[in-house]
Design a binder for this molecule. Structure first.
Ligand SMILES: O=C[C@H](O)[C@@H](O)[C@@H](O)[C@H](O)C(=O)O
Length: 469
């Protein structure tokens, strides 16, 4: 029997152990999609206690606590920080089998050097030890990022954002990590959602232009894209719930936008036409600048109306959807490809049922210009666990080129989540190791070692075209 989470955690064969320890473990991190707060990084936030850094925004943990019968008062409510931590400590022993059980202990060990298992019996001691350590410079926002060997991290930012913290960080020579914005224009195409008119007002303010027509909106978006580019942005990100494709002329879409801006109600067809037109415009802009376009597909968000009313979005009430989207996705990529304006693209889906759909459609638009131009993104969100990551890598290996994969990202709101890369690397090495041990891949360590290092970091560096030195 193996010891729980020892140095060969998740590594079940000799080749995997060698690949992980010799090639993967010490590779730097390129975190191309996360939800860290750039202000906390720029201000080098110091955390008062482990509740703040650990449970502050992590809706994975919140869901587990709810599932364990913990009342909202101790999760997102006003309970004192220590009581919230105690509730997490009560919940964790119930999480065996869930990645949270592993991540939590990886984080305790990697950052705090704590080997004990968190439970009500150890909670008091861990609370004291961790909180004392948090006062050290190694535990500030910047300290944690540096210790995690991160070279680049990309936050998620609205087009109206001033990017003041990114700009400030770029000037700060004492912090060597590149903190870059990622362009997330969901609000520009979610014309049917509450908040669209307010968002247009914000963009009018930051671009100092009135937006009363489609050409004016295009100009404003282009200005913001160029501004983001100047601030180092090379990546965009979209939540498409679901992706749609409905061809329309710009005149038609102009009329639809004008109608919406005057407060008119749009029908389904109009909404689809508008969204398609905006996404095509954006895709072309990304291609123009050599950016990467990330498409996150397949969620059904804010399922609990009651909790949406009290807590708002991104609080743990989203699920995998079962949308039918293959044709729309294919037509969207094809339309851009026809005029050679398809940017590098990463496709993610929250429903792992659809990985083959993404991988096979993506394969139709590889155009020989960039290795792995169209990527099947790593297991996203509920899929960034053992089975989900293995499934994503297996589908990619079967249908595309695993060797060209840009690898893992954290997608997290917590500065302690970098251990997820370690989790991913172990699984990657184990998968390849299993192939070797079964005689399905050659025992060529330099070849496999370089494949592993490419997937851990080098592919991402080349693909995103960001200098990491
Ligand atoms: O891990 C989960 C995530 O952070 C999740 O909250 C995000 O992926 C977010 O919904 C997004 O759309 O970018």
């Amino acid at each position: 029997m193996k010891r729980f989470m020892d140095e060969n955690f998740l590594l079940t064969n000799n080749t995997a152990e060698k690949l992980y320890h010799h090639y993967a473990k010490d590779m730097p991190i390129f975190d191309f999609h996360c939800h860290l707060n750039p202000r906390e990084i720029a201000e080098n936030k110091r955390y008062e206690n482990i509740t703040e850094v650990w449970l502050g925004g992590d809706h994975y943990k919140w869901r587990a606590m709810r599932a364990n019968g913990v009342s909202e008062y101790f999760i997102t409510g006003d309970a004192p920080a220590k009581e919230k931590f105690m509730k997490w400590a009560e919940t964790l022993p119930q999480c065996i089998g869930n990645p949270l059980y592993h991540w939590t202990h990886q984080e305790l060990k990697t950052y705090f050097g704590i080997d004990k298992l968190l439970s009500p019996a150890t909670a008091e001691e861990i609370w004291e030890t961790a909180n004392a350590l948090l006062q050290d410079d190694a535990f500030t926002a910047q300290g944690l990022i540096k210790r995690s060997n991160v070279k680049v991290l990309c936050t998620t930012d609205d087009p109206a954002d001033s990017l003041e913290y990114h700009i400030e960080l770029a000037k700060d020579t004492s912090f060597p990590v590149k903190v870059l914005p990622a362009f997330r224009p969901d609000k520009s195409f979610n014309i049917e959602k509450a908040g669209f008119a307010e968002w247009i007002k914000k963009i009018e303010t930051v671009t100092e232009q009135e937006i009363s027509s489609l050409p004016a909106l295009f100009t404003a978006l282009q200005l913001r894209i160029d501004f983001f580019h100047t601030a180092g942005c090379r990546i965009s990100d979209h939540a498409l719930d679901p992706i749609v494709f409905e061809a329309a002329t710009e005149q038609e879409v102009d009329a639809i936008l004008r109608k919406a801006l005057l407060g008119g109600a749009l029908n389904e067809l109009e909404i689809r036409k508008y969204k398609t037109c905006i996404m095509l415009f954006l895709g072309k802009q990304y291609a123009r600048l050599g950016w990467v376009m990330q498409l996150h597909i397949g969620t059904i968000r804010n399922n609990s109306t009651r909790m949406m009313r009290t807590l708002g979005p991104d609080t743990g009430f989203d699920a995998a959807a079962d949308y039918i989207f293959a044709e729309a996705l294919s037509k969207f990529l094809d339309k851009l490809d026809m005029t050679n304006e398809l940017p590098k693209t990463i496709l993610y889906c929250l429903n792992p049922r659809d990985y083959e759909v993404l991988a096979t459609i993506g394969g139709c638009f590889q155009d020989g210009t960039v290795p792995g131009k169209i990527q099947l993104g790593s297991g996203w969100w509920y899929n960034d666990q053992k089975d989900g990551m293995l499934r994503q890598m297996t589908v990619l290996a079967n249908i595309g080129l695993l060797s060209r994969f840009v690898g893992m990202l954290t997608d997290s709101r917590s500065f302690l989540s970098y251990t997820r890369h370690d989790y991913f690397r172990r699984l990657l090495c184990n998968l390849i190791g299993e192939w070797v041990e079964a005689g399905e891949a050659p025992h060529d360590m330099p070849l496999l070692g370089s494949m592993v290092q490419n997937i851990c970091f080098i592919n991402a560096q080349n693909y995103f075209g960001i200098d990491c030195n």
